[in-house]
Write a protein that binds this ligand. Sequence first.
Ligand SMILES: C[S@@+](CC[C@H](N)C(=O)[O-])C[C@H]1O[C@@H](n2cnc3c(N)ncnc32)[C@H](O)[C@@H]1O
Length: 378
Amino acid sequence: MSTPALTHWLLYCRPGFEQDCAQEALRQAKQQRPIIGAEQPAIIANSGYVHITLNEQTPQFKELVFARQLIRLEYIIAELSERDRLTPLLTAVAALPHSFGALWLEVPDTNEGKTLSAFTRRFQPLLETALREQGKLQDGAENTVRPELVEGSARTEKTPAYKLNHLPRLHIFFPDKSQAFIGTSDPYNSSASVMGIHRQNMPAEAPSRSTLKLAEAIEVFMDKGEQSRLLRSGMTAVDLGAAPGGWTWQMVKRGIRVAAVDNGPMKGVLAKHALVEHLKQDGFKFAPRKAVDWLICDMVEKPAKVAELISAWFIAGWCKHAIFNLKLPMKQRLGAVDSALGGIRKRLDEEGINYKISAKQLYHDREEVTVFLTRAKH
Ligand SMILES: C[S@@+](CC[C@H](N)C(=O)[O-])C[C@H]1O[C@@H](n2cnc3c(N)ncnc32)[C@H](O)[C@@H]1O
């Protein structure tokens, strides 16, 4: 029997979580089929990325908690000369079978990475022009004349975004100035954001930076249709561990009425707000008077205890959807996430409840991951 071919994968993650990211991706691949003849994963502590080797398995991005991005790695150029970075990159890309919908030049999410981003910004237009000339980049600048769109005059039109969005993306990742990792991502099995980072702007009125986590979670876990269906004005929510109010603010801004449970004070515009009822109670003992649409929960507690609480809310029928954070321990972080999510699945399965659950370590998460749980239709 011949040995299966090796495939290489580049995953981005929060710096410091490389082990968790690699371990989780390898475990998922092994569940598809055994990994034969692969090398050990290349892990550099605090680098913000990992390189793993598989056979025919394809990691499933949505199922990975710690990966910010998933890229099929095609080439590594280990010694890029400062005099001419362009030629070896163009040669490598020319050998790839596809043409691409986008070119993303990326760097690690580290301090070193930040120093490289000025270089990638300068380099991007150069490389884009050359790749377009090679026919490798289907870009908006491939002006298609569509006179029918403008009466009386021809108008130049960019390639429609919906077409580009279906094509694979080309990633060139610079771990440093002298190396380049060249790979591709499948728009249906990856993050739609450069570097896998959904940046959010800090809203001036929100009382805490935590608001960015919930804003990001809404973007990551729900498509636009779900967002407008599941987060509607007139809905109701309970926010456990609400103070000073960043998460509550995200709900209120969408016209959702919130019972904000916390012994601490709500701040800024939320200290007194027509849509907010502040309840100084223990979030683990609180029971709503009426079922609500949403439970959101950002209490700093052991993941197992939070998981138990969320399961109890779903089983009691007190909410339809939940977004909550699991604060990670110092060690065995993947194990803690597994057992918290496993615990919820087990309890809801036992009760015959249909649900969908997704978890991610978001860009705005630190030592924590965020989970979205919703009742699924039969
Ligand atoms: C990380 S902060 C929440 C920040 C909030 N999500 C925001 O966006 O502003 C955690 C909050 O949980 C509250 N908390 C911790 N244990 C709690 C409990 N048992 N019941 C209610 N609140 C609790 C703390 O008082 C603290 O305000």
